[in-house]
Design a protein around this ligand. Structure first.
Ligand SMILES: [Zn+2]
Length: 403
């Protein structure tokens, strides 16, 4: 039996973003004040007063691309098998997920708790929706989120991992998921999986318009084929007035285009309010992160699936992944390293439906403490999370998850 997590009223002596030490006051799960810390004033012996020991404070990390339904985290080792193509991974997963209890509340709980241990307090998670499972995966994920007492704030993408148009009935399932509260409908390589990019995107955008939900499409297709599909998404976003609600996940094509073509596409994405999420993959052309952000294209960072039937890799540590993003992006200057930390936290607020997610008054009290000199030091080293506060409750301390 895990003890119920401690509710924080004051988190004393922490350094938000590496600034001067403050006391963070919390009520009803939100930050109500940031007062300069006075070391001469002893801590009142009250419940909820937590000593931050002068540690660096950053906001709770935001995993903008997760798959919490399909990991085998916490289970005995599962060797990699099947073909290494997208279709090969889809087939391999469909053949073996049942024997691993996927989807299941225990596997999802294991992932959520691992996220919390590493300081992730908000996620956008894709959840498989297909003809075999229907919407059962989404129900499982909702149950698991409830089981951690809301410690992880989540938005759900109803994700047609096995294709959309090539599997008649899936569009209706996505519509049903959106009607039942999924915040986004997903898509998958409209050209190479469905071989009908216009058809898949028209179907997804029709649901988004009808239900008022977002669209979040996995796009592995590279080069001109990928760019063409982003153009189709831009057209449909503008036509449907869905600016700010459409995301391209992966979008390797953007990193692969010649410079002038890339600049035009990035500008058009910015004008349409399209966002991007990356998993900072090794071996793919890095996204032009600075250019995207300058054009108004918000960039989110996510783990993708961790330790699943797609890949044995992934630990769920988003701060370690921030190090990887910074390295792949060739970030070296302090301001660039701070940008990487912002991408992984405060600037990702829109990816999880939040107006503000930062160490400021009015924000949810999601705070991560690390023993680091400053934010650049934390980004390059990804030190262990000394304390994780989510919604004003201590949910992890020194590697122990308390929910
Ligand atoms: Zn994914």
């Amino acid at each position: 039996m895990t003890p119920s997590p401690e509710t924080v009223t004051v988190l004393r002596n922490v350094r938000p973003w590496g600034g001067d030490a403050v006391d963070v006051h919390v009520a009803d799960g939100r930050i109500t004040a940031l007062a300069p810390h006075d070391p001469a004033v002893p801590a009142p012996p009250a419940d909820g007063v937590v000593d931050g020991r002068g540690l660096l404070a950053i906001p709770g990390l935001v995993n903008a691309h997760a798959h919490v339904d399909k990991s085998w985290w916490g289970k005995p080792w599962v060797s990699y098998g099947g073909e290494a193509t997208t279709q090969g991974r889809i087939a391999h997963e469909r053949a073996h997920r049942d024997e691993l209890g996927i989807p299941g509340i225990d596997v999802t709980l294991a992932v959520l708790r691992e996220f919390l241990r590493h300081g992730t307090t908000a996620i956008r998670t894709h959840v498989d929706v297909d003809l075999g499972l229907g919407l059962r995966g989404i129900e499982v994920v909702r149950d698991a989120l409830e089981a951690v007492g809301g410690a992880v704030h989540a938005e759900i993408v109803a994700f047609p991992q096995d294709g959309v148009l090539r599997r008649p009935g899936v569009l209706a399932l996505l519509d049903e998921a959106a009607a039942a509260g999924a915040e986004h409908v997903g898509g998958l390589d409209p050209a190479s999986i469905d071989r009908d990019p216009v058809g898949q995107l028209d179907g997804l955008f029709a649901i988004a318009e009808r239900r008022g939900v977002g669209v979040d499409v996995h796009l592995h297709d590279g080069g001109p084929l990928g760019a063409f599909q982003i153009e189709l998404m831009i057209e449909r976003t503008l036509r449907a007035g869905l600016q700010g609600m459409v995301n391209v996940a992966h979008g390797f094509a953007v990193g692969e285009l010649p410079a002038s073509r890339q600049a035009d596409l990035v500008a058009a994405m910015g004008e349409a309010g399209i966002t991007m999420t990356t998993v900072a993959p090794i071996g793919a052309a890095p996204l032009p992160v600075h250019a995207l952000r300058e054009a108004g294209v918000a960039v989110g960072l996510g783990t993708d699936g961790i330790r699943d039937l797609w890949s044995p890799y992934g630990t769920g540590d988003l701060l370690a992944l921030t190090t990887q993003l910074a390295r792949l992006s060739r970030f070296r200057h302090d301001d660039e390293l701070v940008t990487a930390a912002r991408i992984a936290s405060s600037d990702a607020a829109p990816f999880v439906g939040r107006g503000v997610h930062d160490l400021v008054v009015g924000a949810p009290a999601d705070v991560v403490l690390v023993d680091a000199e400053n934010v650049p030091d934390a980004v390059v080293r990804a030190p262990g999370r000394a304390l994780v506060v989510a919604g004003g409750r201590v949910v992890a301390r020194d590697g122990d998850v308390l929910v």
